[in-house]
Design a protein around this ligand. Structure first.
Ligand code: NAD
Length: 446
């Protein structure tokens, strides 16, 4: 099929490449001329494992092309996907101006007598489909035929290609059989379960799913605070509850709290949407509160160990919001760096993929030094903070880390290291919801 994707970011570009992989012809549109120029020059504007290969292969197969023009994109496409940003406003509600603008532009180029399906892939509040339909009707020429479908995206950055090629399910929210059939044809090659719903339900599924995942993370993080107080091991507790099939082990990971470009904004949006409809979802406010407290508790652990953070030399490993991505938007690791700088610490950071974007978007102060390797960042530091669980960090020999640090003090915000091994190497090791071994031993012998 001929597909057009408007917005060539993490969702749009990866979806475009995966649709091309299963045989569709895809034209990706973006209004950022720099992005389109890069793509035309064979460069990939984002890092996502496997993406570069896929894009190059399908540019060569002529199944994947790029343009800055919505008119050119929509002209030959049976189905037009919208994958533009839906950022949060100050009050947490969703800024839908990108969606509205694209809907108007699509309306302007639709031709009477040519049926088109317009698919919303961006994460949007329930009933946005109705608004997009109204908008297209308002700005399109008389006689234009179209349907609006909701097809929320569930990919995870860091494994987006794999997620798109083998989705758990595909949700198609459609109020028209004609549109549903076209959508089925697009997704059949992926051999995934297809769930067809009405448009409103599909829109709700996305916010409900992300909120539930955030809730699971916050549940585990709340347990970690209880484990810290009780001298219990949260990793064992979440294994113990997660092996119950009714609960499941996924997303019961403790750490510094959830971040990234989706969870914080989607949970805030769902709270605002529900409030707007007169059915406040107060449970989600608690989820947000636990998330905020998690970072604060971590900083307090640092203050407890270092007393004063001012003028301390601190190494931070990790800037991206999770491993295997270059995405630093709303990253908790970046928040930690900024918290430390605010308290007067001298921070040297290292991240395998996120340093360029952290600097480009000015997310960290100029005073933060960026090292060219994990060990270089650790040189002479009075403490090491592990903020993102890159595999590369687990592979650095512990004795090397110890040699480089001024003081063998490690704050592991992701429970990446083995407390026993850290203890054996002579580190003072602080993590999340697991008792410090030296304390555990003292208690055992008392
Ligand atoms: P992104 O910022 O990476 O990409 C959006 C792209 O849209 C950018 O390249 C931007 O230049 C382009 N754009 C903006 N306005 C445009 C216009 N008028 N015409 C053409 N292009 C335009 O964003 P993203 O992470 O891909 O997210 C897109 C949507 O998908 C959001 O609603 C997000 O919540 C949702 N989503 C994201 C993820 C994720 O992991 N990133 C997962 C699921 C859903």
């Amino acid at each position: 099929m001929n597909l057009c994707i408007i917005g060539s970011g993490y969702v749009g570009l990866v979806s475009g490449a995966c649709f091309a992989e299963v045989g569709h012809h895809v034209i990706c549109v973006d209004n950022d001329p720099k992005k389109i120029a890069m793509l035309h020059a064979g460069q990939i504007p984002i890092y996502e494992p496997g993406l570069e290969d896929l894009v190059k292969r399908h540019v060569a197969s002529h199944r994947l092309t790029f343009t800055g023009s919505i008119e050119e994109g929509v002209d030959g496409a049976d189905v037009v996907f919208i994958a533009v940003p839906t950022p949060p406003r100050e009050d947490g509600s969703v800024d839908l101006s990108y969606i509205e603008k694209v809907a108007r532009e699509i309306a302007g180029v639709l031709k009477p007598g040519q049926y088109r399906v317009v698919v919303d892939k961006s994460t949007v509040p329930v009933k946005t489909g109705d608004k997009v339909t109204e908008t297209i009707h308002r700005y399109a020429k008389p006689g234009v035929e179209f349907d609006v479908v909701s097809n929320p995206e569930f990919l995870r950055e860091g494994c987006a290609v794999a997620d798109l090629m083998k989705p758990d399910r595909v949700v198609i929210g459609s109020n028209s059989d004609k549109a549903t059939n076209l959508m089925r044809k697009i997704y059949e090659p992926f051999m995934a379960p297809i769930l067809v719903t009405d448009v409103n339900s599909a829109e709700l599924i996305k916010h409900a799913a992300n909120s539930f995942l955030a809730l699971k993370i916050s549940y585990a993080n709340a347990l970690s605070a209880i484990c810290d107080a009780a001298g219990a091991d949260v990793e064992k507790v979440v294994d113990g509850i997660g092996t119950d099939k009714r609960i499941g082990r996924h997303f019961l990971n403790t750490g510094l709290g959830y971040g990234g470009s989706c969870f914080p904004k989607d949970i805030a949006a769902f709270i605002a949407i529900c409030e707007d409809m007169g059915v406040p979802f107060t449970l989600l406010k608690e989820v947000q509160k636990i998330n905020r407290l998690q970072r604060e508790r971590f900083l307090q652990k640092m203050r407890d160990a270092l007393w004063i953070l001012r003028d301390k030399k601190i190494a931070v490993w990790g800037l991206t919001f999770k491993p295997d991505t270059d995405d630093v938007r709303s990253s908790v690791a970046i928040d930690i760096v900024n918290d430390l700088v605010r308290e007067g610490a001298h921070v040297t950071a290292y991240d395998p993929k996120g340093m360029e974007k952290a600097r480009e978007f000015k997310l960290i102060p100029e005073s933060v030094k960026l090292a060219s390797s994990a060990l270089e960042a650790a040189d002479g530091a009075e403490a090491l903070v592990l903020a993102t669980e890159w595999k590369e960090f687990r592979e650095v020999p512990l004795e090397e880390i110890k040699k480089r640090l001024h003081t063998p003090l490690v704050f592991d915000g992701r429970n990446l290291f083995d407390p026993e091994a850290m203890q054996e190497q002579g580190f003072q090791y602080r993590c999340i919801g697991r008792p410090a071994k030296e304390n555990a031993r003292k208690k055992a012998s008392a």
